[in-house]
Each structure stands twice: as structure tokens, then as C-alpha cells.
Design a binder for this molecule. Structure first.
Ligand SMILES: C[S@@+](CC[C@H](N)C(=O)[O-])C[C@H]1O[C@@H](n2cnc3c(N)ncnc32)[C@H](O)[C@@H]1O
Length: 283
């Protein structure tokens, strides 16, 4: 049965989790499962759906924004794959369903390598459940702010060859890293490991524009479940790309980033997420 909000609910949801690892606490909210709920997925439970419904009451456009986040990812992946990138390190990966990085990459090259990093044990358990048996993909429990540790992780080192270009993908995740954790500096630590021809693809909530007050309202809702929700300005997000050449059309709202199909532009005027793709060019 599908519930009226568009998410799946009831016994058929839990039926797919017969062999879900016992360390997943379905009574505790998870932002990764919230996104899955908002995208109409099945990897979510009551606390995720309750918060999601509260959020949708404030921002009815929430589902459209996250869908646009996926559409941006597909277009950015197309650019990176066409340029020969075959390995992807995804920071703040959540639950990789609904056309996420490994699905998009493997459509082009089943041998492409993908590593997902998330600090939420539930997200990583769900990810491993989804990726089970895929020798080219892995999910690692880790804090993306601790770049040295992520880069030294055995799964990362076994799947990613840092002598070859890497697509560093970071979707809807770095707005959960507060300024106190120096997000721009941390991204530079990742950048220093990359060879020219690598990319940084990022989406990020913004307080710029006419939706600024609405975003601040959403931000205060998130404060009850996340430590440091931090929507940023275009200028602050540009600082994340030091050393990268930001590709056209620059730092723009998701629907304005190289739209290809009519659905890419859906809700354009109310999308308060920026999408950016930067390429590392030889100095
Ligand atoms: C909203 S979800 C986005 C998931 C996915 N990237 C997408 O676009 O659908 C943000 C994810 O970032 C993760 N996250 C937040 N802070 C993190 C950190 N410091 N290290 C690793 N993951 C983090 C959360 O657990 C969550 O799964």
C-alpha cells in the first residue's frame, strides 16, 4: 500500500527488511532515511516519516527539491563519465537508492568503482544491504570531516586508485557540516589527494534569494535532529572549490544547471539548493 504522502508505509515496507542487520534502530530518526522517505523510497521508518511530514508542512516543495538533487546528480555524472572518470568517492551518501551514484556509473561501465561514506550507521547498513555482492562498490562508516581517516580507510584504498581521476561527489551533505568544522579546509584535504582530471560535484542548501526566510525556518526544524544545519551563500560555497575550475553555468539553482529535459526545470523558482561541478585542472 502506498500512503497519501507518496511514501510507502505498512507491512510491505518492513517485508523487504527481513534480513536487515540488527544494529539498525528503527525507532531513531535518520536524515538518510528521511531523504529516502521524501524520494518515495522504502528504506524509512516511523520517526523518519513523522519528521518528513512536519518538514513538508513547512516546505511543500521538499520532495521536488530532492528529486531535482537526483536529476542534477545524473547530469553531473554524465559529464564526469563522458570525460572518462570511472571511480567515485561519495561523501555523505545516505541510502543509495533512486538513481544514485553506483547505479548511474554502472549503467555506463559495470566495472566503475564507487565508495560511499556516511557517519550514520543506519545509512551504512542500508547501503551494504543494497550493495551486497557488488565487488566494485563499498559503503564505509566514517566522518567525512575526518578526511585523513576517510582517505586511509582500507575499503577506500582498495577500490579507489588516487593516481587516476576521481569523481568526488557530495550531494546535500555539506550543509550538515558547521563552520566550526572548517568545511572548505577539509575539502582541500580531499583535493590534495586528487590528480588533474578529477571532479568535485556538490549540491548545497542556500539562504540566498527570495526563499531565505523559508530556508531559515527549515533550518530551525532541522536543529531538533541535526547538530549544525548550515545553509550557505553562493560566496561561501565558492570557497569549497578552491583549486577547481568551476564549470559553466557556475553555482546556480539545480534546475538551471544544464537542464536537458522538461522535468529538469520543475519548480525552478523555488529550488533553494545550488548545484556545482568543478574540475581539477593541471596547475
Ligand atoms: C540528506 S542526506 C543526503 C544523502 C545523499 N547524498 C543524497 O543526496 O541523497 C545527508 C547525509 O549526510 C550524512 N552526513 C552528515 N554529516 C556527515 C559527516 N560529518 N560525515 C559523513 N556523513 C555525514 C548524513 O548521515 C546523511 O546520510
Amino acid at each position: 500500500m502506498t500512503d497519501p504522502t507518496g511514501a510507502h508505509a505498512g507491512n510491505d515496507v518492513d517485508a523487504i527488511f527481513d534480513d536487515l542487520p540488527s544494529n539498525i534502530d528503527t525507532d531513531v530518526f535518520s536524515v538518510a532515511r528521511l531523504y529516502d522517505f521524501l524520494l518515495g523510497g522504502k528504506h524509512n521508518f516511523a520517526p523518519d516519516r513523522d519528521f518528513g511530514r512536519r518538514l513538508l508542512a513547512i516546505e511543500p516543495n521538499g520532495r521536488v527539491i530532492l528529486q531535482q538533487n537526483r536529476y542534477f546528480l545524473a547530469r553531473a555524472m554524465k559529464v564526469m563519465l563522458a570525460d572518462g572518470v570511472r571511480q567515485f568517492l561519495d561523501l555523505g551518501s545516505g541510502i543509495p537508492t533512486q538513481n544514485y551514484v553506483h547505479e548511474l556509473a554502472h549503467t555506463v561501465d559495470p566495472a566503475a568503482k564507487i565508495v560511499y561514506i556516511d557517519s550514520d550507521p543506519a545509512a551504512v547498513s542500508h547501503s551494504n544491504y543494497i550493495l551486497k555482492g557488488d565487488p566494485n562498490s563499498g559503503a564505509v562508516l566514517g566522518d567525512m570531516v575526518d578526511a585523513e581517516r576517510v582517505l586511509g580507510d582500507p575499503t577506500v584504498k582498495s577500490l579507489i586508485d588516487f593516481d587516476q581521476p576521481v569523481g568526488l561527489t557530495a550531494l546535500a551533505a555539506w550543509h550538515f557540516v558547521g563552520d566550526g568544522d572548517n568545511p572548505a579546509g577539509v575539502l582541500q584535504t580531499y583535493r590534495r589527494m586528487l590528480v588533474p582530471g578529477s571532479y568535485l560535484a556538490l549540491t548545497h542548501a542556500t539562504i540566498d534569494g527570495a526563499t531565505g526566510d523559508l530556508v531559515r525556518n527549515v533550518q530551525s526544524q532541522y536543529q531538533s535532529v541535526m547538530k549544525n544545519p548550515s545553509p550557505r551563500t553562493r560566496q561561501e560555497i565558492a570557497a569549497f572549490f578552491e583549486g577547481f575550475k568551476i564549470l559553466e553555468p557556475g553555482i546556480v539553482n539545480l534546475p538551471a544547471w544544464r537542464p536537458e529535459k522538461p522535468e529538469d526545470a520543475e519548480g525552478a523558482e523555488n529550488i533553494w539548493f545550488y548545484g556545482v561541478l568543478g574540475k581539477l585542472i593541471a596547475a
